[in-house]
Write a protein that binds this ligand. Sequence first.
Ligand SMILES: *Cc1c(COP(=O)(O)O)cnc(C)c1O
Length: 421
Amino acid sequence: MRDETKCVRSGYKPKNGEPGVMPIVQSTTYVFDTAEEIGDLFNFPNAHMYSRFSNPTVDCVEKKIADLEGGVAAMCTSSGQMASMMSILNLCKAGDSFIAASAIYGGTVNLFAVSLQKLGIECIFIDQEADEEEINAKFKPNTKAVFGETLANPALSVFDIEKFAKIAHAHGVPLIIDNTFATPVLCKPFEFGADVVVHSTTKYMDGHALQGGGVIVDGGRFDWSNGKFPEFTEPDESYHGFVYTEKFGPAAYIGKARMQLMRDYGAYPSAFAGFLLNLGLETLAVRMERYSDNALKVAKYLKTKDQIENVRYPGLCDDKYHALAEKYLPKGCSGVISFDVKGGRDKAAALMNAFKLACREVHVADIRTCVLHPASMTHRQLTDEQLVAAGINAGMVRFSCGLENVDDIIEDIEQALDAIK
Ligand SMILES: *Cc1c(COP(=O)(O)O)cnc(C)c1O
Protein backbone atom coordinates (compact mmCIF):
# COMPACT_ATOMS: atom_id res chain seq x y z
CA MET A 1 0.00 0.00 0.00
CA ARG A 2 1.03 3.63 -0.57
CA ASP A 3 1.28 6.21 2.20
CA GLU A 4 -2.13 7.79 1.57
CA THR A 5 -3.73 4.36 1.90
CA LYS A 6 -1.69 3.43 4.97
CA CYS A 7 -2.66 6.70 6.66
CA VAL A 8 -6.33 5.87 6.26
CA ARG A 9 -6.36 2.08 6.52
CA SER A 10 -3.36 0.67 8.45
CA GLY A 11 -3.56 -0.37 12.08
CA TYR A 12 -7.25 -0.88 12.73
CA LYS A 13 -8.76 -3.78 10.79
CA PRO A 14 -12.40 -4.28 11.80
CA LYS A 15 -13.76 -7.81 11.60
CA ASN A 16 -17.26 -8.73 10.49
CA GLY A 17 -19.82 -6.57 12.32
CA GLU A 18 -17.26 -4.53 14.27
CA PRO A 19 -17.20 -0.70 14.38
CA GLY A 20 -15.92 0.89 11.19
CA VAL A 21 -14.08 3.57 13.17
CA MET A 22 -11.33 2.58 15.59
CA PRO A 23 -13.01 2.52 19.02
CA ILE A 24 -11.64 4.14 22.18
CA VAL A 25 -11.02 1.27 24.58
CA GLN A 26 -11.20 3.14 27.87
CA SER A 27 -10.07 0.39 30.25
CA THR A 28 -6.89 -0.06 32.22
CA THR A 29 -7.35 -3.77 32.57
CA TYR A 30 -8.47 -7.00 30.88
CA VAL A 31 -10.27 -10.01 32.34
CA PHE A 32 -9.21 -13.63 31.87
CA ASP A 33 -10.82 -16.99 32.67
CA THR A 34 -7.83 -18.46 34.49
CA ALA A 35 -4.79 -17.31 36.44
CA GLU A 36 -2.62 -19.47 34.17
CA GLU A 37 -3.60 -17.42 31.14
CA ILE A 38 -2.42 -14.26 32.88
CA GLY A 39 0.78 -16.00 33.95
CA ASP A 40 1.36 -17.05 30.34
CA LEU A 41 0.96 -13.45 29.23
CA PHE A 42 4.01 -12.52 31.27
CA ASN A 43 5.94 -15.10 29.26
CA PHE A 44 4.35 -14.36 25.87
CA PRO A 45 2.95 -10.82 25.90
CA ASN A 46 0.59 -11.34 22.97
CA ALA A 47 -2.57 -9.85 24.50
CA HIS A 48 -3.37 -6.75 26.53
CA MET A 49 -3.14 -7.09 30.30
CA TYR A 50 -2.51 -3.66 31.81
CA SER A 51 -2.43 -0.11 30.48
CA ARG A 52 1.25 0.48 31.19
CA PHE A 53 2.14 -2.29 28.75
CA SER A 54 -0.43 -1.65 26.05
CA ASN A 55 -3.93 -0.52 25.10
CA PRO A 56 -5.98 -1.75 22.11
CA THR A 57 -6.61 1.76 20.72
CA VAL A 58 -3.00 2.85 21.12
CA ASP A 59 -1.87 -0.50 19.70
CA CYS A 60 -3.70 0.23 16.42
CA VAL A 61 -2.02 3.63 16.16
CA GLU A 62 1.39 2.08 16.87
CA LYS A 63 0.84 -0.43 14.05
CA LYS A 64 -0.15 2.36 11.66
CA ILE A 65 2.95 4.43 12.46
CA ALA A 66 5.25 1.38 12.22
CA ASP A 67 3.71 0.62 8.84
CA LEU A 68 4.16 4.20 7.60
CA GLU A 69 7.80 4.29 8.67
CA GLY A 70 8.49 0.81 7.31
CA GLY A 71 9.50 -0.45 10.75
CA VAL A 72 8.65 -3.66 12.60
CA ALA A 73 7.07 -2.21 15.76
CA ALA A 74 6.33 1.07 17.51
CA MET A 75 5.62 2.29 21.02
CA CYS A 76 3.70 5.47 21.76
CA THR A 77 4.75 7.66 24.68
CA SER A 78 3.16 10.54 26.55
CA SER A 79 5.30 13.17 24.75
CA GLY A 80 8.02 13.62 22.19
CA GLN A 81 10.46 14.34 25.00
CA MET A 82 9.71 10.95 26.53
CA ALA A 83 10.22 9.24 23.17
CA SER A 84 13.67 10.86 22.82
CA MET A 85 14.56 10.04 26.41
CA MET A 86 13.46 6.40 26.23
CA SER A 87 15.19 5.94 22.86
CA ILE A 88 18.47 6.68 24.67
CA LEU A 89 17.70 5.00 28.02
CA ASN A 90 16.96 1.79 26.11
CA LEU A 91 20.64 1.75 25.06
CA CYS A 92 22.62 3.73 27.64
CA LYS A 93 23.05 3.42 31.38
CA ALA A 94 25.14 5.48 33.81
CA GLY A 95 28.72 5.50 32.57
CA ASP A 96 27.76 5.28 28.89
CA SER A 97 27.84 8.00 26.26
CA PHE A 98 26.13 8.74 22.96
CA ILE A 99 26.66 11.19 20.11
CA ALA A 100 24.08 13.78 19.04
CA ALA A 101 24.07 16.45 16.37
CA SER A 102 24.09 19.88 18.00
CA ALA A 103 21.50 21.25 15.55
CA ILE A 104 18.61 19.40 17.16
CA TYR A 105 15.48 20.66 18.90
CA GLY A 106 16.31 22.86 21.92
CA GLY A 107 14.24 20.75 24.30
CA THR A 108 16.22 17.69 23.25
CA VAL A 109 19.53 19.55 23.72
CA ASN A 110 18.52 20.33 27.30
CA LEU A 111 17.27 16.79 27.94
CA PHE A 112 20.55 15.33 26.66
CA ALA A 113 22.98 17.91 28.06
CA VAL A 114 21.37 18.44 31.48
CA SER A 115 18.87 15.80 32.54
CA LEU A 116 20.60 12.72 31.09
CA GLN A 117 23.92 14.10 32.36
CA LYS A 118 22.44 13.96 35.87
CA LEU A 119 21.75 10.26 35.31
CA GLY A 120 25.41 9.73 34.45
CA ILE A 121 24.91 9.47 30.68
CA GLU A 122 27.16 11.69 28.62
CA CYS A 123 25.98 13.33 25.40
CA ILE A 124 28.80 14.18 23.00
CA PHE A 125 27.54 16.95 20.70
CA ILE A 126 28.92 17.16 17.19
CA ASP A 127 28.62 19.48 14.21
CA GLN A 128 26.68 17.44 11.65
CA GLU A 129 28.63 19.15 8.87
CA ALA A 130 31.94 17.80 10.23
CA ASP A 131 33.87 15.33 8.09
CA GLU A 132 33.90 11.64 8.78
CA GLU A 133 37.32 11.60 10.43
CA GLU A 134 36.34 14.30 12.90
CA ILE A 135 33.12 12.46 13.77
CA ASN A 136 34.89 9.11 14.16
CA ALA A 137 37.27 10.72 16.65
CA LYS A 138 34.31 11.56 18.94
CA PHE A 139 33.42 7.92 19.58
CA LYS A 140 34.50 6.38 22.87
CA PRO A 141 34.45 2.69 23.86
CA ASN A 142 31.31 3.43 25.93
CA THR A 143 29.44 5.21 23.08
CA LYS A 144 26.15 3.41 22.45
CA ALA A 145 24.19 5.46 19.90
CA VAL A 146 24.13 8.33 17.42
CA PHE A 147 21.18 10.75 17.34
CA GLY A 148 20.18 13.31 14.69
CA GLU A 149 17.11 15.14 13.36
CA THR A 150 16.01 14.71 9.72
CA LEU A 151 14.94 18.34 9.43
CA ALA A 152 16.20 20.24 12.45
CA ASN A 153 13.84 22.38 14.50
CA PRO A 154 14.29 25.34 13.98
CA ALA A 155 17.60 25.51 12.05
CA LEU A 156 16.04 23.54 9.15
CA SER A 157 19.30 21.80 8.38
CA VAL A 158 18.93 18.44 6.65
CA PHE A 159 20.72 15.54 8.35
CA ASP A 160 22.76 13.25 6.12
CA ILE A 161 21.17 10.03 7.40
CA GLU A 162 23.07 7.66 5.12
CA LYS A 163 26.45 9.12 6.07
CA PHE A 164 25.71 8.88 9.79
CA ALA A 165 24.21 5.39 9.51
CA LYS A 166 27.47 4.16 7.94
CA ILE A 167 29.56 5.85 10.65
CA ALA A 168 27.36 4.55 13.50
CA HIS A 169 27.37 1.01 12.11
CA ALA A 170 31.14 1.02 11.67
CA HIS A 171 31.28 1.63 15.44
CA GLY A 172 28.69 -1.08 16.14
CA VAL A 173 25.98 1.29 17.38
CA PRO A 174 22.51 2.21 16.07
CA LEU A 175 21.45 5.50 14.49
CA ILE A 176 18.37 7.14 16.04
CA ILE A 177 16.55 9.74 13.95
CA ASP A 178 14.05 12.32 15.19
CA ASN A 179 11.76 12.44 12.14
CA THR A 180 9.21 14.87 13.62
CA PHE A 181 9.26 17.62 10.95
CA ALA A 182 9.61 15.34 7.94
CA THR A 183 7.14 12.66 9.08
CA PRO A 184 7.31 9.31 7.21
CA VAL A 185 5.35 10.94 4.40
CA LEU A 186 8.30 13.14 3.40
CA CYS A 187 11.19 10.93 4.57
CA LYS A 188 11.57 7.32 5.69
CA PRO A 189 14.87 7.19 7.61
CA PHE A 190 14.95 3.36 7.69
CA GLU A 191 15.40 3.36 3.91
CA PHE A 192 18.68 5.23 4.44
CA GLY A 193 20.02 2.95 7.16
CA ALA A 194 18.60 4.44 10.38
CA ASP A 195 17.77 1.89 13.09
CA VAL A 196 15.32 3.72 15.35
CA VAL A 197 12.98 6.62 14.60
CA VAL A 198 11.37 8.91 17.16
CA HIS A 199 8.68 11.54 16.75
CA SER A 200 6.98 14.23 18.68
CA THR A 201 3.50 13.28 17.46
CA THR A 202 2.38 16.60 18.98
CA LYS A 203 3.47 18.23 15.71
CA TYR A 204 2.44 17.13 12.21
CA MET A 205 1.18 13.67 13.11
CA ASP A 206 -1.50 15.10 15.38
CA GLY A 207 -1.48 18.18 13.18
CA HIS A 208 -4.33 20.00 14.87
CA ALA A 209 -2.64 21.07 18.12
CA LEU A 210 -4.98 18.81 20.09
CA GLN A 211 -2.86 16.32 22.00
CA GLY A 212 0.79 15.94 22.94
CA GLY A 213 2.49 12.63 22.36
CA GLY A 214 5.52 10.79 21.08
CA VAL A 215 6.42 7.53 19.42
CA ILE A 216 9.48 5.31 19.02
CA VAL A 217 9.69 3.09 15.93
CA ASP A 218 11.97 0.07 15.62
CA GLY A 219 13.52 -0.52 12.17
CA GLY A 220 14.17 -4.14 13.11
CA ARG A 221 17.52 -4.52 11.35
CA PHE A 222 20.17 -3.70 13.94
CA ASP A 223 22.28 -6.64 15.15
CA TRP A 224 22.04 -6.45 18.95
CA SER A 225 24.29 -9.49 19.33
CA ASN A 226 27.48 -7.64 18.34
CA GLY A 227 28.73 -7.64 21.94
CA LYS A 228 27.94 -4.01 22.75
CA PHE A 229 24.40 -4.60 23.94
CA PRO A 230 24.28 -7.53 26.39
CA GLU A 231 21.00 -6.23 27.86
CA PHE A 232 19.34 -7.34 24.63
CA THR A 233 20.87 -10.80 24.43
CA GLU A 234 21.26 -11.90 28.05
CA PRO A 235 18.45 -12.76 30.51
CA ASP A 236 16.79 -9.73 32.15
CA GLU A 237 16.50 -10.75 35.80
CA SER A 238 14.14 -7.83 36.42
CA TYR A 239 11.74 -9.50 33.98
CA HIS A 240 11.98 -13.19 35.01
CA GLY A 241 14.91 -13.96 32.76
CA PHE A 242 13.47 -12.60 29.50
CA VAL A 243 15.96 -12.44 26.61
CA TYR A 244 14.65 -9.67 24.38
CA THR A 245 16.25 -10.81 21.13
CA GLU A 246 14.76 -14.29 21.67
CA LYS A 247 11.29 -13.14 22.71
CA PHE A 248 10.83 -10.34 20.20
CA GLY A 249 13.17 -11.25 17.33
CA PRO A 250 13.64 -8.24 15.04
CA ALA A 251 11.43 -6.11 17.34
CA ALA A 252 13.78 -6.58 20.32
CA TYR A 253 14.39 -2.84 20.71
CA ILE A 254 10.71 -1.93 21.14
CA GLY A 255 10.05 -5.10 23.15
CA LYS A 256 12.74 -4.12 25.62
CA ALA A 257 11.60 -0.47 25.73
CA ARG A 258 8.09 -1.63 26.57
CA MET A 259 8.96 -4.32 29.11
CA GLN A 260 11.65 -2.34 30.94
CA LEU A 261 11.14 1.38 30.41
CA MET A 262 7.38 1.70 29.98
CA ARG A 263 6.78 -0.80 32.76
CA ASP A 264 9.01 1.16 35.16
CA TYR A 265 8.42 4.78 34.07
CA GLY A 266 4.79 4.52 32.96
CA ALA A 267 4.83 7.44 30.51
CA TYR A 268 2.13 6.00 28.25
CA PRO A 269 -0.61 7.84 26.32
CA SER A 270 -4.30 7.43 27.12
CA ALA A 271 -6.68 5.62 24.76
CA PHE A 272 -8.28 8.97 23.92
CA ALA A 273 -4.86 10.40 23.06
CA GLY A 274 -4.39 7.43 20.72
CA PHE A 275 -7.78 8.09 19.14
CA LEU A 276 -6.91 11.76 18.48
CA LEU A 277 -3.51 10.83 17.08
CA ASN A 278 -5.12 8.37 14.70
CA LEU A 279 -7.51 11.05 13.50
CA GLY A 280 -4.54 13.27 12.66
CA LEU A 281 -2.69 10.43 10.94
CA GLU A 282 -5.63 9.69 8.66
CA THR A 283 -4.98 12.94 6.75
CA LEU A 284 -1.21 13.17 7.28
CA ALA A 285 -0.17 12.34 3.71
CA VAL A 286 -2.56 14.87 2.19
CA ARG A 287 -1.66 17.56 4.73
CA MET A 288 2.13 17.18 4.35
CA GLU A 289 1.83 17.80 0.63
CA ARG A 290 -0.13 21.02 1.14
CA TYR A 291 2.01 22.30 4.02
CA SER A 292 5.07 21.83 1.81
CA ASP A 293 3.49 23.54 -1.20
CA ASN A 294 2.38 26.50 0.89
CA ALA A 295 5.78 26.83 2.57
CA LEU A 296 7.70 26.79 -0.71
CA LYS A 297 5.52 29.61 -2.03
CA VAL A 298 5.93 31.60 1.21
CA ALA A 299 9.69 31.01 1.24
CA LYS A 300 9.98 32.24 -2.36
CA TYR A 301 7.93 35.32 -1.46
CA LEU A 302 10.13 36.04 1.60
CA LYS A 303 13.23 35.92 -0.61
CA THR A 304 11.87 38.94 -2.51
CA LYS A 305 11.57 41.12 0.63
CA ASP A 306 14.52 43.32 1.48
CA GLN A 307 13.49 43.51 5.17
CA ILE A 308 14.41 39.84 5.43
CA GLU A 309 18.08 39.03 5.71
CA ASN A 310 18.06 35.32 5.19
CA VAL A 311 15.45 32.67 4.47
CA ARG A 312 16.06 29.07 5.43
CA TYR A 313 13.95 26.51 3.65
CA PRO A 314 15.66 23.48 2.12
CA GLY A 315 13.11 23.43 -0.70
CA LEU A 316 14.64 26.65 -2.10
CA CYS A 317 17.12 25.92 -4.91
CA ASP A 318 19.83 28.13 -3.39
CA ASP A 319 19.43 26.81 0.17
CA LYS A 320 22.54 25.35 1.77
CA TYR A 321 20.70 22.07 2.30
CA HIS A 322 18.92 21.85 -1.05
CA ALA A 323 21.06 18.97 -2.36
CA LEU A 324 20.44 16.94 0.81
CA ALA A 325 16.74 17.84 0.65
CA GLU A 326 16.56 16.51 -2.92
CA LYS A 327 17.90 13.20 -1.65
CA TYR A 328 16.02 12.88 1.64
CA LEU A 329 12.92 15.04 1.13
CA PRO A 330 12.02 14.76 -2.55
CA LYS A 331 8.27 15.21 -1.91
CA GLY A 332 8.62 18.44 0.05
CA CYS A 333 10.29 20.02 3.05
CA SER A 334 7.31 20.47 5.43
CA GLY A 335 5.60 23.72 6.32
CA VAL A 336 8.31 25.20 8.51
CA ILE A 337 10.46 28.12 7.39
CA SER A 338 13.05 30.03 9.39
CA PHE A 339 14.06 33.55 8.48
CA ASP A 340 16.16 36.31 9.99
CA VAL A 341 14.64 39.78 10.16
CA LYS A 342 17.00 42.67 9.47
CA GLY A 343 17.47 44.56 12.72
CA GLY A 344 17.89 41.49 14.93
CA ARG A 345 16.05 40.69 18.12
CA ASP A 346 13.98 43.91 18.38
CA LYS A 347 12.71 43.88 14.80
CA ALA A 348 11.88 40.19 15.08
CA ALA A 349 9.87 40.92 18.22
CA ALA A 350 8.04 43.78 16.45
CA LEU A 351 7.24 41.57 13.49
CA MET A 352 5.92 38.87 15.80
CA ASN A 353 3.37 41.34 17.16
CA ALA A 354 2.34 42.65 13.73
CA PHE A 355 0.92 39.39 12.38
CA LYS A 356 -2.87 39.29 12.19
CA LEU A 357 -3.53 35.84 10.75
CA ALA A 358 -0.46 33.91 11.89
CA CYS A 359 -0.91 32.86 15.53
CA ARG A 360 1.71 33.67 18.13
CA GLU A 361 2.01 30.39 19.95
CA VAL A 362 4.49 27.95 21.41
CA HIS A 363 3.85 25.41 18.75
CA VAL A 364 4.83 24.41 15.25
CA ALA A 365 3.39 22.14 12.59
CA ASP A 366 -0.14 23.20 13.37
CA ILE A 367 -3.05 23.27 10.92
CA ARG A 368 -3.13 27.03 11.68
CA THR A 369 -0.21 29.16 10.51
CA CYS A 370 1.84 30.00 13.58
CA VAL A 371 4.94 32.00 14.43
CA LEU A 372 7.50 31.82 17.18
CA HIS A 373 10.67 33.71 18.13
CA PRO A 374 13.04 30.95 19.31
CA ALA A 375 15.68 33.15 20.98
CA SER A 376 13.18 34.69 23.40
CA MET A 377 10.75 31.77 23.66
CA THR A 378 11.46 28.04 23.15
CA HIS A 379 15.24 28.29 23.15
CA ARG A 380 15.77 30.89 25.86
CA GLN A 381 17.39 28.27 28.12
CA LEU A 382 20.23 27.82 25.63
CA THR A 383 23.47 29.73 26.03
CA ASP A 384 24.63 31.96 23.17
CA GLU A 385 27.08 29.24 22.11
CA GLN A 386 24.33 26.60 22.16
CA LEU A 387 22.10 28.95 20.15
CA VAL A 388 24.77 29.31 17.48
CA ALA A 389 25.42 25.56 17.50
CA ALA A 390 21.69 25.00 17.03
CA GLY A 391 21.78 27.39 14.08
CA ILE A 392 19.69 30.12 15.70
CA ASN A 393 20.18 33.90 15.45
CA ALA A 394 18.53 36.37 17.82
CA GLY A 395 16.51 37.79 14.90
CA MET A 396 15.29 34.43 13.69
CA VAL A 397 11.57 33.86 13.33
CA ARG A 398 10.21 30.36 12.90
CA PHE A 399 7.23 30.47 10.58
CA SER A 400 5.03 27.39 10.37
CA CYS A 401 2.72 27.48 7.35
CA GLY A 402 -0.72 26.07 8.01
CA LEU A 403 -3.43 24.96 5.65
CA GLU A 404 -5.07 28.34 5.09
CA ASN A 405 -5.04 29.64 1.52
CA VAL A 406 -1.43 30.54 0.80
CA ASP A 407 -2.38 33.96 -0.60
CA ASP A 408 -3.93 34.87 2.75
CA ILE A 409 -0.75 33.75 4.52
CA ILE A 410 1.41 35.87 2.20
CA GLU A 411 -0.87 38.91 2.54
CA ASP A 412 -0.55 38.65 6.32
CA ILE A 413 3.26 38.66 6.09
CA GLU A 414 3.09 41.59 3.66
CA GLN A 415 1.00 43.74 6.01
CA ALA A 416 3.17 42.77 9.01
CA LEU A 417 6.39 43.72 7.20
CA ASP A 418 4.81 47.03 6.12
CA ALA A 419 3.77 47.72 9.70
CA ILE A 420 7.33 47.48 11.05
CA LYS A 421 9.02 49.50 8.27
C1 LIG B 1 8.49 19.37 19.81
C2 LIG B 1 9.61 18.50 19.48
C3 LIG B 1 10.08 17.53 20.39
C4 LIG B 1 9.49 17.38 21.76
O1 LIG B 1 8.19 16.90 21.67
P1 LIG B 1 7.03 17.18 22.77
O2 LIG B 1 5.89 16.43 22.21
O3 LIG B 1 6.84 18.65 22.86
O4 LIG B 1 7.53 16.59 24.06
C5 LIG B 1 11.11 16.72 19.98
N1 LIG B 1 11.67 16.84 18.77
C6 LIG B 1 11.26 17.76 17.88
C7 LIG B 1 11.92 17.85 16.55
C8 LIG B 1 10.22 18.63 18.20
O5 LIG B 1 9.82 19.55 17.31
